[in-house]
Design a protein around this ligand. Structure first.
Ligand code: ATP
Ligand code: MG
Length: 447
């Protein structure tokens, strides 16, 4: 396989720092090209997030040519060059990818050709090099048109490439969602076939890829196509139920806004809560099996602590069926609705309550749209200046309650009773009103 030039009739204007790096390397007799994601993005006319270079120089040779460098991964041939506030990665041509599943190769073989370096890369859209004088260079057997036509296709034999490193399956999905690209037939077939290999991938790598996939705005509308690939990671996925979902939120609503900034956790909860456990006979047992399964799946991802806590509380409330809002209820019964909303807020907190609402909306997409209204109310209550949802919002505290003869566990219970009395409109969140209630309900009054 040889290297060929891809025609490009557009003027490419490259950052001066990139041109200087290439000049420095060439002036010292080394080859040097921009490569990977940044070249793909340049061809797509998108501002690259970062710039990677490849070269035939060894790490110790690269280090000598630049004032400030960081030995990021010298063992694998990567040196970071620091210029002003920017950093650039320069990697010596090699055949191995950086990772082989969760195992790093102990030693890697540095090679002297750009061709072999391009051949180790995952997809044809990521296997293009650029040099200001030589233009865009790709492998001969890749069409070179994949970027123009929007196709994701493995470099070489997909079977081998996914066996070598199965994270590429999720990378393909990620690029397809990010750029709206199609996946080439054979590549897609092997993605499905080898999806079970994803179970060998480390928590960190799985998290990174899944996070971007589930956070993509096109995820929900394309869910259908990916279920087979996600299935091994999410055992007992209820494919039939999920295949019905093809959901778009009404624009400019609180629900849509909330979904947009919490897509990852909501989509993850969606996959975790739609399980088909019909083989488990006993209903109670089903809940336990389901919760254990959900936790086992979550254990495979290196979630941030705050994400793990949030998702567990979403699943807990779905699981316990605590969440009971009558969506068909007429909203002229406003007082009752508000009371229920306050209880939901108090038990689950605003974020969890909103996540639950969004999930209900997605799963009952032919409902009458009351979830949108409920979300507006939740937002209003949460942001009202006279908000009284949580114990902290009360204008009195535990010490005040103590003075009326309450002790220990009873203090917190009484604070909750006061909140309920406020929800029910019996008293208001004012000291005099609450004191009167406390006086009337003194524990010793019971005798
Ligand atoms: P992004 O814009 O998300 O950073 P990227 O293509 O730059 O996308 P990186 O993970 O930064 O992705 O990897 C840089 C390059 O390294 C890729 O473009 C690809 O050529 C190569 N690469 C990365 N991971 C793999 C892999 N698992 N197998 C083969 N090549 C890989
Ligand atoms: Mg990158």
């Amino acid at each position: 396989m040889e290297i060929k030039t891809i025609p490009c009739n557009r003027e490419i204007s490259l950052r001066k720092e990139c041109l200087d790096i290439i000049d420095t390397m060439n002036d010292n007799g080394y080859e040097c090209y921009l490569v990977g994601g940044c070249v793909r993005d340049i061809l797509l006319d998108i501002e690259p997030q970062d710039y990677d270079f490849c070269t035939n120089a060894r790490p110790e040779e690269i280090t000598k040519l630049f004032e400030r460098t960081i030995p990021t991964g010298v063992k694998y041939g990567t040196v970071t060059i620091v210029i002003g506030r920017n950093t650039y990665e320069m990697t010596t041509y090699r055949a191995e990818s950086e990772y082989q599943d969760s195992r790093h190769p102990n030693s890697i073989e540095f090679l002297s050709s750009l061709k072999e370096d391009l051949m180790r890369r995952d997809f044809t859209i990521n296997a293009i090099a650029y040099h200001p004088h030589e233009g865009f260079l790709s492998l001969e057997d890749s069409t070179g048109n994949d970027i123009k036509e929007g196709i994701i296709c493995c470099v070489g034999d997909p079977k081998m490439r996914f066996m070598e490193d199965s994270i590429r399956i999720l990378r393909a999905l990620r690029f397809s969602l990010r750029y709206g690209f199609d996946i080439e037939d054979k590549t897609f077939r092997y993605m499905k076939l080898f999806a079970p290999l994803l179970l060998n991938i480390s928590k960190e790598r799985l998290y990174k890829e899944l996070k971007e996939i589930l956070d993509n705005e096109a995820f929900l509308t394309n869910l259908n196509e990916y279920l087979d690939i996600l299935n091994p990671l999410f055992p007992f996925l209820n494919i039939t139920e999920l295949k019905k979902i093809n959901y778009r939120f009404k624009k400019d609503t609180k629900l849509a806004e909330f979904y947009d900034s919490n897509r990852f956790l909501i989509n993850l909860s969606l996959l975790l809560s739609n399980t088909d456990l019909t083989h488990v006979k006993n209903k109670e047992e089903e809940n336990i099996v389901k919760f254990n399964l959900q936790c086992a799946v979550l254990d495979r991802l290196k979630l941030k602590k705050i994400e793990r806590n949030r998702i567990e509380s979403i699943l807990r409330y779905m699981w316990l069926n605590h969440y009971e809002v009558d969506v068909n209820e007429e909203l002229d019964n406003l007082q009752e609705t508000l009371r229920q909303l306050r209880v939901i807020l108090r038990i689950t907190g605003y974020e969890t309550a909103m996540c639950l609402l969004v999930l209900l909306e997605i799963m009952n997409s032919n409902s009458t749209g009351n979830y949108y209204m409920i979300a507006d109310f939740l937002y209003m209550i949460q942001n009202a200046s006279d908000r009284c949802v949580y114990i902290q919002d009360l204008c009195i505290n535990g010490n005040d309650v103590k003075k009326y003869g309450y002790e220990g566990r009873k203090i917190k219970e009484t604070l909750n009773d006061i909140l309920n009395a406020i929800y029910e409109g019996k008293i208001s969140n004012e000291k005099m009103s609450i004191y009167a209630w406390l006086e009337k309900n003194r524990p010793d009054n019971e005798y």
